[in-house]
Design a protein around this ligand. Sequence first.
Ligand SMILES: C[S@@+](CC[C@H](N)C(=O)[O-])C[C@H]1O[C@@H](n2cnc3c(N)ncnc32)[C@H](O)[C@@H]1O
Length: 656
Amino acid sequence: MVVEQPQCGLYVAESTIPHAGLGMYAGRGYPRGSLLGSGDMAVISVSVDQHVSPADDPQAGGSWLAGLETTMTVDAGLPSNGPSDCVSPWHLPFTLTGLDCRPVQTSACSHTGIHRPLPTAMPNCHFSLNNVDEHNVRFDDAEVPFDSPGRGAYTPWIDRTSTAALDIDAGSELFVSYGEAWFSGRVDELGIIPVGRHYAKAERFMGRYADFAGRVREKSERGTTPGRVESAQSDLWDVIRNFPYETGQRNALPRHYDGAVRVAEDGKSIKAVEREQSIRPMEYLERRGKCADNLRGGTSSIPHAGHGAFATRRIERGGLVAPAPVVHFPHSEYFEMYDVLPGLRVNDTAVRDEGKPLGKQLLLNYCFGHPNSTMLLFPYGSGVGYINHHSEDYNAEVRWARDFDFFHNKDWLNRSLDELKFEWRASLMLEYIALRDIEEGEEVLIDYGKEWSDAWEAHRKDWVPPSAEDLAGEVDFYSREDEDTVSTDEYDSAHPVLPTQDELLSDPRPASVEQMCYVNLNHLAAYLHEPETTPKFEREYGDVAVLDGDDDDEGHSHPCAVVDREYVGGGRTSRRGYSYTVRIETVKRSRHLTRGDFAVEETHFITDVPRDAFFFAWRGYGDGVDGTTRRAFRHPMMLPDAIFPEAWRNGNESLT
Ligand SMILES: C[S@@+](CC[C@H](N)C(=O)[O-])C[C@H]1O[C@@H](n2cnc3c(N)ncnc32)[C@H](O)[C@@H]1O
């Protein structure tokens, strides 16, 4: 009996937009609101401006920035009390990456890359055709215990889903809005990309053009040379469309004469014609596309591993599990993280202290590398980020993509890394292939290689769970690690009266929230010399400029500790019942005329602070303990030696 295979729901194939590279397609019809594939993960990179300063080596920083075009967005799509809520400069990314956030506090939110694999990274953007809505990730730590050696080694942000924004026909290319800002910074490279208002004007132009074309046709039908008129019209359209003054309206017009004719003669809108042109026949997708929804994320069966990838349908031996375009990082600097030089900022970015490396970005764990190369490859295929390792019982392997030459540039496999760092776009693709039949619901596993296994075993062996001392001294901002995660809103409403530091010693605040105050600490003191002791300032809250509660200017929201509380009347359990004295530690930068910049640590005591000046920042799970998370496992997966190009083997002093 022939069992009919469930139809593939999403394909990757060449985009219908010229020169746009890959496109994502609907493998069947999707009614408005229905889910497209399963939700994928987001992996956060922290403060990349600071850790990979382009000024230091433009190429080192540049190639990843360019390569990440398809996968990077800033502060997008994360829960409102999560990463995008950057009121506190240092409450978020560390808990995501498993590294401590404080050393880079001043820029943690300034350039945080969120690497979003398919299906969310793959669709192109076309402002008149966008048909996909993207949704938020959700926090899920896969119940890996706090003292596990796997803690901090995988992303807890998963399930970023996409749904059909309107009814989508089978074969339609999928488009998602990148936002106008994404294109405005890329005009040199991409030209002016038309947005909604340009289409409105272009439609009006087409109305006038249709009148003109109709009159010309009428005259030519009465004349003797209709063929010549038609060819003159086609030439005219080329002139209009390529008029050397580029505008959004011009670029919104049909690219070719046949499109203009369909709009003018058939009375269709530009949008309708473009929509027709963005649908590929199903035979084309089956023959030339690659199925991209064979995987979904779930909790892995492997201890300490976090999430894993599971087959959404049966995949036969030798069959494609998933296509995976890759972003290339020829010189791995991108993954380094450093402490900062205290108090120093250049172009509003913290300055790294090269003498104090902190660890590696979490994204490293999602990349392929090789023991004899600095090249790292981040695969961004749908669900592939979830695929875990097994040394013996693996059921899939990776190879370079086949029959996908419009995108996978084989030539790059023969080029040196020094050349590839100037390539600013992703143009390589891997594919995951089943080594045996994989049943629906089975976990897909590959072999990450001996170097990875050895590194993981060494990490496990040396692993020391966080001790009570790891928490000691952190009571201001951390507390019981075993406490369930409490949201900032829950904490805020449960504490109309705020506890003092002394009270917190016996009843600590949950690790997931951090107390902040809106206070402006700017003052007129200027330092001519570096003081020998920490200057202390004391003043009333009303004496300093205070921002309103909506302002999230990081310069004015500070972690603050309540040192005292005074009853001011109005009810001992009410929010207005007390005023507070808070202690705030901060760092100021000053400039000495001859000796240059220096940093001064200050302590501020602010009295009479009202309850409304406090808010709570999200610290994620109780993971942000220096001792624990700085030791979180970091190691790339190994690309099999047999497929790793000779031209990329440039030696590698320290792979991890
Ligand atoms: C590419 S990610 C795989 C997906 C990851 N499990 C997740 O939840 O996002 C690689 C990371 O998964 C974890 N991992 C994968 N295989 C593992 C294994 N066999 N044992 C322990 N951890 C594993 C490690 O943290 C590794 O660095």
